[in-house]
Structures are given as structure tokens and as C-alpha cells.
Design a protein around this ligand. Structure first.
Ligand SMILES: Nc1ncnc2c1ncn2[C@@H]1O[C@H](COP(=O)(O)OP(=O)(O)OP(=O)(O)O)[C@@H](O)[C@H]1O
Length: 252
């Protein structure tokens, strides 16, 4: 496998019962870059991003064929799902902190993976909150309930919680759709910083956001990748008329 490819998806078909939600999807996700998934509602973006860390496994009706390789290993046959989700973390559309303190939210994953030493946990919590650009705002409220902080802070806390288990890839499914413009802009700045260390895949409905944060963009339509390329090419020189129509706001 090409060493710049972090995740290689080949001829992926995904079904919910009889309904086929993804058709023959192939995509190379490049290491250390941000890849945006765009397309109208119901075109399969969330289904695809959830396939990358096997979040669809929890849905009984789902069946999949094709392959997804992460660092050259098949995620469906070579990985234990817990280990896979540690390496490929996920941030959801709505901030979903656990009903516990800020500290315990971030320490949750490391504890689950066997870290018990108090000093080590404190170190991880601080580093993760710093990486998620929320430490300064929250450092005096570490032992307060996470549900009591603002929505934008909760989403950065959820990013910190994802980073605390030292992932390699971070999947973000519309991470700013529930946030105000200032919180959105903070998360976008954060994505820019995080890509120095992580490979990021982001689903977004916001075209400006895709343009601002991503290096590569995939345009999905009816469960098919209509076009995939550098964000610059997709936005300024789309080859497919459907991509052009979507980007210029003619549908979706
Ligand atoms: N659990 C499920 N069971 C059955 N069908 C589903 C399930 N989840 C999604 N689908 C269907 O699969 C298709 C793709 O849905 P998906 O959520 O992946 O689209 P999307 O592009 O992320 O949409 P949106 O932008 O609205 O979030 C849709 O037709 C949807 O109704």
C-alpha cells in the first residue's frame, strides 16, 4: 500500500436490509490530511464515515461487502473492534458528553484501556484538553458536570475525549452543525491544528466549511461517489456537472 494512504476503501457496498445505501465506493484517504464528505441529505455520507470505524456493526440489518484497509489491515477481519475504535475515533453531530465531570469524561477512555495512575490520568486530561483548545476555559471547572458547560465547549470536550485515547484517525460527522458561528470557527481552527498529528475525515453540509478545512473532498450522491479530488479541484474545476450543480447550490 502507498505509504501516504491511511485508509483504503475498495468496492464497498453497504445494505440496510434490502436497501443499498452505498454502491461500489472506493476511496483512498490520505494520511495527515483532512478529507471532507459532502452531498445532499440521505446520500450516504454518515453511513460511509460510520463504516470506517465499524459503527454500523451495532445495526442488525446492516450487511457489507468490499474492503476497508487501515494501514494495510482489513478492519473487518484483522481488528478487534475496540482496538479499531481506539485508533479511529469519532466525534458526533450533537455534543454528547457523559453525565459526569469534565475530568471523568476525558479520563473515561484511558481508564477503560487500563490506565489507573492518578498522575498519568491528570497528565492525559490536561494534554487532551489543551489539544482540543479548551484547557484555558475549563481548567478551573474540571470537577464540575460536563453537561453544565456551553454547547461549543461540550463539543471541544468531546474532541478532547476522543484524543485522550491517542487515536490516529479522527472521524467527525457534522461536528459543528449544532453550534453557533464563533464555536464553529474555533472547531475549524482546531481541525487545522489537529491535522498536523491526525488524519481527519469530516462530513459537512456547509460548503464554505469544506472549502476552509479540507485538503480533499468527496461528493456523494445516492450512495455513489460522483467525484473525488483535491478540494481546490472539486470546488473550482469540478469535472462532473452534478458536482458543479451541488457546489453552486442548485440542489441539496
Ligand atoms: N439505520 C438505518 N436503517 C435503514 N436505513 C438507513 C439507516 N440509516 C440510514 N439509512 C438510509 O441510508 C441512506 C443514507 O443515509 P445517511 O444517513 O448515510 O445519509 P447522509 O448523507 O449522511 O444524510 P444526512 O446528510 O441527512 O445526514 C438514507 O436513505 C437513509 O434513509
Amino acid at each position: 500500500m502507498d505509504s501516504t494512504v491511511k485508509i483504503k476503501c475498495s468496492n464497498l457496498n453497504l445494505f440496510y436490509g434490502d436497501f443499498q445505501a452505498l454502491h461500489d465506493v472506493s476511496m483512498d484517504i490520505e494520511k495527515g490530511k483532512v478529507t471532507a464528505l459532502i452531498g445532499p441529505s440521505g446520500c450516504g455520507k454518515s453511513t460511509f464515515i460510520r463504516a470506517l470505524n465499524r459503527m454500523n456493526d451495532i445495526i442488525d440489518s446492516v450487511s457489507i461487502n468490499g474492503t476497508i484497509e487501515y494501514d494495510g489491515m482489513d478492519i473487518y477481519s484483522d481488528y478487534d473492534v475496540i482496538e479499531l475504535r481506539k485508533k479511529i475515533g469519532m466525534v458526533f453531530q450533537k455534543p454528547n458528553p457523559f453525565p459526569m465531570s469534565v475530568f471523568d469524561n476525558v479520563a473515561y477512555g484511558p481508564r477503560l484501556h487500563g490506565i489507573k495512575d492518578k498522575n498519568r490520568l491528570e497528565e492525559i486530561v490536561e494534554t487532551s484538553l489543551k489539544q482540543a483548545a479548551i484547557w484555558d476555559e475549563i481548567k478551573d471547572r474540571l470537577h464540575k458536570p460536563a453537561l453544565g458547560i456551553s454547547g461549543g465547549q461540550q463539543q471541544r470536550l468531546c474532541i478532547a475525549r476522543t484524543l485522550a485515547v491517542n487515536p490516529d484517525v479522527v472521524l467527525m460527522d457534522e461536528p459543528t452543525s449544532a453550534l453557533d458561528p464563533i464555536s464553529t470557527s474555533r472547531i475549524e481552527d482546531l481541525i487545522d491544528e489537529l491535522k498536523q498529528k491526525y488524519t481527519i475525515v469530516i462530513v459537512t453540509h456547509n460548503m464554505q466549511q469544506a472549502g476552509r478545512v479540507s485538503d480533499y473532498t468527496a461528493f456523494f450522491l445516492n450512495g455513489v461517489i460522483e467525484e473525488f479530488g483535491t478540494t481546490e479541484q472539486i470546488f473550482f474545476k469540478p469535472e462532473n456537472p452534478q458536482t458543479e450543480a451541488y457546489i453552486s447550490g442548485k440542489f441539496g
